[in-house]
Ligand binder design. Structure first.
Ligand code: FES
Ligand code: FE2
Length: 436
């Protein structure tokens, strides 16, 4: 439980907000590479942390991210034309390169005028099927994070994104909440054993213990937590452990070990929920493996559009809402489906969105199963507090290559921490901060 002031601080991300200042100290995915496929293609609108930008890919394939409002007199550059190595505003024809250099100002006779001005362009890196940017102060720009899945080719990676109409913390809390898996997702989980998919096999056992033991602790990247389930099998009793990692500011490594999430705020009430699967051995990014995986979790294009979770559908009648009962089918419930909701993603979206765009955490009643949720709140609040006080942002010294989500069977008396030997405790200063 949080006070209303803490909840506001944790959730609000716009310019001038405490959490917004913290998030602006990290590289964040702004959009998927697939949203900007063609060199010289149409520019696209990007909203990130409540601010509006235009992304474009010039004819050489370089990506630029500019403020949406033209620096001359504010026309939207979404109307602009990509010409050669720049984006031309259609109002007076000023043309901008991906780095903000002004290439032409045709309505100004002085040819040197353009050399004295510059448009605001944000740093861009493209890696792992995502286009990343950094919206913070230039002098504080951190090094670009290196994740293992950035090193595999497209054929060995699956990228997917659902646009979800609620605050980013609501999605993240569902990702560090192991106990909901065997309740909310019981129907798709119990169908999992019929599937050949890695994802299905790795989650199959969770259908059998709805009350896992949860332990969580701080690390130098944020925190990790374990859910331990007692399983009675033909060979007797065993303990299955699933360890997830929350990495500041909004990333999670799933215990399946091959799945990364980024929950990036579009604004206070909409989140881009990115998924990245990778497998260096199997070409999971190729058909039919790619479509099978996406269909299984409800992230294929058709399912996302049908549930109002795409840029083209989120503002229409399909947006998940009370009016459409968050896409729950009561007839399906009567027939035996536990939720009556399409699949994993849509079930998660329904429960996250139905609590309100920004859930009121002063009115909740956390229990022992929510240990990692409380930890998430405190780490996020510390993240904002550190930046407000001028301290190093949380996780700035962590090596992203060493961070794991993982799972395994524990031998008798085996400590779950041995599953993640590369995770390090926080620095002494961070550890001394108050954490519930
Ligand atoms: S407003 Fe863009 S060139 Fe004038
Ligand atoms: Fe879920």
């Amino acid at each position: 439980m949080l006070t209303q002031a803490e909840n506001e601080l944790m959730c609000r991300v716009g310019p001038g907000s405490g959490m917004g200042a913290a998030l602006r100290r990290y590289w964040l995915p702004a959009l998927a590479s697939s949203e900007l496929p063609e060199p010289g293609g149409d520019p696209v609108h990007v909203e990130l942390l409540g601010e509006h930008f235009v992304a474009f890919r010039d004819e050489e394939g370089r990506v630029g991210l500019l403020n949406e409002a033209c620096c001359h007199r504010g026309a939207s550059l979404l109307l602009g034309r990509v010409e050669g190595c720049g984006l031309r505003c259609i109002y007076h024809g000023w043309k901008f390169a991906v780095d903000g250099k002004v290439l032409e100002t045709p309505n100004v006779p002085d040819a040197r005028f353009k050399d004295r001005i510059r448009a605001k362009a944000w740093p861009v890196r493209e890696a792992g099927g995502l286009i990343w940017t950094y919206l913070g102060p230039t002098e504080l720009q951190p090094s670009f994070p290196e994740w293992p899945w950035m090193e595999v080719t497209d054929a060995h990676r699956i990228n997917a994104m659902a646009l979800v109409p609620c605050n980013f913390v609501q999605i993240m809390e569902g990702l560090v909440d192991s106990s909901h898996l065997s309740v909310l997702h019981i129907t798709p989980l119990s169908q999992a054993d019929k599937s050949e998919l890695d994802f299905a096999r790795k989650t199959e056992h969770m259908a059998f213990d709805a009350a896992p033991r949860i332990e969580a602790e701080l690390t130098d990247f944020g925190f990790h937590y374990v859910a331990m389930r007692d399983i009675e099998g033909p060979e007797g009793h065993r303990i299955e452990a699933r360890v997830a990692a929350f990495i500041a500011p909004c990333f999670i490594n799933n215990p399946n070990g091959d799945l990364f999430f980024a929950c990036v705020p579009v604004n206070d009430e909409v989140t881009r929920f990115y998924h990245v699967w990778w497998n260096s051995e199997r070409p999971i990014g190729e058909e039919p493996l790619r479509s099978q995986q996406l269909k299984f979790v409800g992230l294929d294009d058709e399912a996302l559009a049908r549930h109002g979770l795409t840029p083209g559908t989120i503002d229409g009648p399909l947006r998940p809402s009370r009016e459409n009962r968050w896409h729950q089918d009561r007839e399906l419930v009567r027939k035996g489906h536990f939720t009556g909701i399409f699949s994993f993603t849509e079930e998660d979206v329904a429960v996250s969105v139905s609590g309100g765009a920004i859930r009121d955490r002063s009115k909740e009643m956390l229990c022992i199963a929510d240990h990692a949720i409380g930890r998430l709140y405190r780490v996020l609040l510390n993240m904002a507090k550190r930046v407000a006080e001028g301290a190093e942002p949380l996780a700035s010294k962590a090596n992203t290559r060493d961070i794991r989500g993982t799972h395994g069977t524990l031998a008798p008396n085996q400590n779950w921490r041995t599953l993640v030997p590369t995770h390090r405790p926080p620095s002494a200063a961070a550890a001394s901060e108050p954490v519930a």
